[in-house]
Design a protein around this ligand. Structure first.
Ligand code: NAP
Length: 290
């Protein structure tokens, strides 16, 4: 038994593996999650029994991360490049994922993107990709991996939602809606799986300095900064550490850092009319549609 971790591991089965599947592992939170989990297993002297499956489009970045994880911790690493917005690529990925078996399994549904600007000027193709990556891929991968997790009786699903899951955000309309989906789906799934040994946690970070802002920013007229105050940012380390602790403690939802927890608490306890008033008087930096 691993002390205070909520994880059981039969010491007599030395050959068993833990498997950690991370989507969006090529940068930001996903990459930091890989190091965090590897460090955890390394402290338990189990890093060599741990297999990572790294998923994103950028094969070179995934390979560089894999080399580091192998060199530093001696983990086994599978690099599976995949465009999660592509149905055929997802189908191929699901086939590979369904063959994975392990004694302890963790799925970190982290890949995601935003689109900052008014909905009426959004690109339909970008909207489609956001839906596919933020929601469809998350659902399909979870559905694919659940049987093996249930068989292992030791499964952990961490869904990366956002503070945006709790409030409709003008200029981030589709993104916030997609994260509301992730949070709602996670809550229901957690209850459905309540009597099994598969646990579901949703993490709802506030803004953080990753590649997210650059991807969300539109080219052309709305190149200005995504409008968050500096004090509002949370470090990547804090997000990843809080989320991983929440998983180990089997916490349903995690708001990394006190300020984000307080904002989340305020938003969830405010009437809709007040939130509408706040969001419609909020300064907007996106260049409005002409
Ligand atoms: N940073 C924030 O302020 C913030 C706040 C709340 C929630 N979040 C959420 O945190 C998660 C991670 O984002 P991040 O902040 O770490 O941003 P990031 O640095 O841009 O990372 C996004 C990851 O998603 C992957 N990805 C994007 N599109 C993909 C596609 N079509 N197929 C496969 N992988 C794809 C990217 O890899 P490739 O480009 O290599 O494919 C990258 O690894 C997202 O779900 C985001 O919504 C972020």
């Amino acid at each position: 038994m691993l002390a205070n971790s909520g994880i059981t591991w039969d010491d007599s089965r030395m050959s068993c593996f833990s498997t950690v599947v991370i989507t969006g592992a090529s940068s930001g939170f996903g990459k930091a999650f890989a190091y965090r989990v590897a460090e955890f297993w390394s402290r338990q002297s189990r890093a060599k029994d741990t297999r990572f499956v790294l998923i994103a489009r950028s094969e070179d970045k995934l390979q560089a991360l894999a080399d580091e994880l192998i060199g530093r911790y001696g983990c086994e690493v599978l690099v599976w490049p995949c465009d999660l917005a592509d149905a055929a690529a997802r189908s191929e990925l699901q086939q590979k994922l369904s063959a994975l078996q392990s004694e302890w399994m963790m799925l970190i549904n982290n890949a995601g993107l935003g689109d900052y600007g008014e909905f009426c000027t959004s690109e339909p193709e970008r909207n489609r990709r956001m839906i596919e990556v933020n929601m469809t891929a998350l659902v399909e991968i979870t559905r694919t991996m659940l049987p093996a997790m249930q068989a292992a009786k030791n499964g952990y699903i961490l869904n990366v939602a956002s503070l945006a899951a709790d409030i409709a955000i003008p200029d981030f309309a589709m993104y916030a809606a997609s994260k509301a989906f992730v949070a709602s789906f996670s809550e229901a799934l957690r209850i459905e799986l309540g009597k099994t040994q598969v646990h579901v946690t949703a993490v709802c970070p506030g803004p953080s300095h990753t590649g997210f802002g650059d991807v969300a920013r539109r080219t052309g007229k709305s190149k200005k900064e995504v409008p968050f105050r500096k004090w509002f940012y949370t470090s990547v380390e804090c997000v990843v550490d809080s989320a991983f602790r929440a998983v180990l403690a089997n916490t349903p939802r995690c708001y990394p850092s006190l300020k984000i927890r307080l904002v989340g608490l305020f938003v969830r306890n405010s009437p809709l009319w007040l939130l509408r008033l706040i969001m419609s008087s909020r300064p907007r930096k996106a260049v409005p549609a002409e």
